[in-house]
Design a protein around this ligand. Structure first.
Ligand code: C5P
Length: 227
């Protein structure tokens, strides 16, 4: 089977990673969650005094970027690679609403993006990869053989995210989750460096009224047509 690059971009909480993981498993491809990489840098910044409610010490973080080592380690049980920061598994720790509240500001820093994109290019150099994020089809792998852009209404996405957080036992208000999603959409789409936008050759999937199985069947067929 031919090895290709599959880029899945889109708005926050559209279920990109669920589809990407399923697809990678089906095709025996590597899955890379680039959102986890930006979340990991944010987590580092929060734990090392570069971010507080009042202040984001951008320059301080930039000066420390070479102290950040990210890697993905395959977890047999889960069937995908979990993210490690300087040797520590932070896969769960980066999924809090607090990290979500700061991540778009960190991801807008060009030095942060440059470092992440370098690693993403390395991870995808042998193809056979499903990568999800915001700029994969536009900036990281503009030559990707299959590009998908996922979206859904903000309300639908907030509801899904709220249910997920609740299921994990995190205290969250629906309004707060919705606000975070709308703010991230805005910052991600309006930043100067690599803004979130649909690549011209990406296939749009609006899954506001689509189930997971139906979506997966559609995406899988698109991939098989390219392979
Ligand atoms: O995908 P996820 O929602 O975990 O991504 C978290 C944040 O990381 C996004 O809201 C965005 O600010 C940033 N991001 C990005 N570029 C990517 C992936 C994520 O800027 N390729």
């Amino acid at each position: 089977m031919k090895k290709i690059i599959i880029a899945i971009d889109g708005h926050s909480s559209t279920g990109k990673s669920t589809i990407a993981k399923q697809l990678a498993k089906e095709l025996e491809y590597i899955y890379v969650d680039t959102g986890a990489m930006y979340r990991a840098v944010t987590y580092y910044a929060m734990n090392n005094g570069f971010i507080s409610e009042e202040h984001f010490d951008r320059e301080g973080l930039i000066a420390q970027l070479n102290e950040i080592q990210l890697s993905f380690v395959f977890n047999e049980d889960k069937g995908y690679g979990e993210i490690y920061l300087n040797g520590k598994n932070i896969e769960e720790a980066i999924r809090t609403l607090r990290v979500s509240n700061f991540v778009s500001a960190v991801a807008a820093v060009p030095e942060v993006r440059k470092m992440q994109v370098k690693q993403q290019l390395e991870l995808g150099k042998n193809k056979g990869i499903v990568m999800d994020g915001r700029d994969i089809g536009t900036v990281v792998f503009p030559e990707a053989e299959l590009k998908i852009f996922m979206t859904a209404s903000a309300d639908t996405r907030a509801k899904r995210r709220y249910d997920e957080l609740k299921a994990k036992g995190e205290k969250a208000q629906f309004a707060e989750v919705l606000k975070n999603i709308q703010e991230r959409d805005y910052v991600d789409s309006n930043r100067e460096d690599s803004p979130l936008k649909q690549a011209e050759d990406a296939v749009l999937i609006d899954n506001s009224n689509m189930g997971e199985k139906e979506q997966f069947a559609v995406v899988k067929q698109m991939a098989l047509d390219k392979i």
